[in-house]
Design a protein around this ligand. Sequence first.
Ligand SMILES: [Zn+2]
Length: 90
Amino acid sequence: MARIQYRYVKGSVAIKDIKVMPCPFCGDTDKISITSRKDYNRLYKAHGSATIALTCERCRLDMYEHDFDDFDYVTKVRILVDKWNRRAGE
Ligand SMILES: [Zn+2]
């Protein structure tokens, strides 16, 4: 699955106004990627549901948003990033 690589900005990864904290496992900030909107939409059309994954490309930590309610892409990204950031803050 192709992923978007988000840019590294001052200790966090910026996705519009969404900030992703460093990887909770290895602390990396510049190798964090997330399922692209294009892939999400393609899977959603094909299967009627889709999962978004947030991945640290350095240590391969994956976190998924499995909620199959009809949230749009950005809402799912926000839910997943909130989970990631809570883990990162522990
Ligand atoms: Zn990591």
